[in-house]
Design a protein around this ligand. Sequence first.
Ligand code: ZN
Length: 72
Amino acid sequence: MSRDALAPDTEYNVVRSETSIDVDGFRKGEPTGEIECCECGRSHLNIDEIPHEKDCSQRWAKTDYWRDRFND
Ligand SMILES: [Zn+2]
């Protein structure tokens, strides 16, 4: 499993609204801007901030941007 969040072998979903615009402000089927981890099902607006489950294999998958910021 790659540690690059944007690598082809990591699995994320673009979250799409499952409700009408009255409920969450998005039309049904419209992307909400959130990214969901296919492994543990958690989601967040920022792919690097997804609160993965403790045993999620994609927990440490981060983008190059994140690594540049926090790892020297
Ligand atoms: Zn996850």
